[in-house]
Design a protein around this ligand. Sequence first.
Ligand code: GLU
Length: 485
Amino acid sequence: MTKIRTRYAPSPTGKMHVGNLRSALYEFLIAKHENGDFMLRIEDTDQERFVEGATEIIYRTLEKTGLIHDEGPDKDGGYGPYVQSERMKTGIYMKYAKELIDKGEAYYCFCDKERLASLKTEIVEGKEIMIYDKHCLSLSKEEIEANLAAGKPYVIRQNNPTEGTTTFHDELYGDITVNNSELDDMILIKSDGYPTYNFANVVDDHTMNITHVVRGNEYLSSSPKYVRLYDAFGWEVPVYVHLPLITDENHKKLSKRSGHASFEDLIEQGFLTEAVVNYIALLGWSPEDNREIFSLEELKKEFDYHRISKSPAVFDIVKLKWMNGEYLKAMDFDKFYELAKPYLVEALGENFDLKKIAAMVKTRIEVFPDIAGQVDFFKKLPEYDPAMYAHKKMKTDKTSSLKVLEDLLPILEAQDDYSNDALYQTLLAYVEKEGVKNGYVMWPVRTAVSGKQMTPAGATEIMEILGKEESIARIRKGIELLKAE
Ligand code: GLU
């Protein structure tokens, strides 16, 4: 069996979008599932779209996500160069373009801008497309040679038939047949000498022995033209997997406006790399069972590309948050603390036992930025409505709460051990003495010391963190509020 070889072939045009990362991940997984090779190829032939620094983002992201390539510009595997602008300098694209010209499958085109602008256009998938009228196909050999000798600018175009059909196979979409009359004579080599993506992807995938190509389904409509190129050369067509569009919650194409379109955006918003990778794996793929949590290692084992779905994948930030929370829960505490600490410091400064607070919130947050909302009451007692003291289930009301706080105040003032255990024993003793339920006492105390209905910990744990002075001040404040009612 031939070794599986896949490639991630990004154009360095900016941030790494979720869709790009999904292609990279699936390419990686298809290869690694079968012990194959995963290659990185930089497609920088479109000089106008090139963005400074974008290549670095690609390297950084692949490394961070663990999608480690076996070959690439920085790791020679014998198929280099791995950057298209460097490949161009070897003359490879021109050599193959000329081979197609010799076979009658391509031709020189010397038409200038004005002539091209005068040609008919058609609307294809919402875009205005110029259909080239094969004018230069009829040039004689002598005319072509004279033009070339005179240094007249030219492009090289694919010569597609105007009759018949072309069929190709995609793993998700099955066999697709198109009328050749719909295939425009696309440019293979541009006037600046660079190949187009349309040509370079075919030459490179073949010469680099790529067996499986995963890419967005925006390339589906061009694929018949690629297949015609493979056929013209007599090359084997790789397995094509054209992935469905990723949409936002409103079923619109995921875009910058959605706010979470790129890997960097998500990391900035406090998501964990592992959770993002896990979530992206499920944007179009699912295992046989309903399992959802997968490490990259597990994905390598489980990923069967035949189970990719062609229905649009909805990027659901709520689901990603849930998943991120699951990763936080499962995380080793020391690692959690290390990552959570900057958020804790930002919310509370350094004057609290941040480690204890981290342990309180670990299972209660979905993303690190949730921390502030969970812990801000430690720093400052929020304004709160005394109505909060009344709790049906705990059988408390404002009057009972006032009595509990007033009874406990002198006891808590007399106590110096403000450890959670000691405080708990004190409250418990009061509970027993009064013959009431725990909540009847804990609820008003927790309300007084936190000013919140929901807290990441119980009354005495909170008091331990606050210390005696602040706890007493807050209980006094509670009494004052309740008395004023
Ligand atoms: N350079 C193309 C892009 O970034 C890659 C498409 C492909 O994977 O073939 O969209």
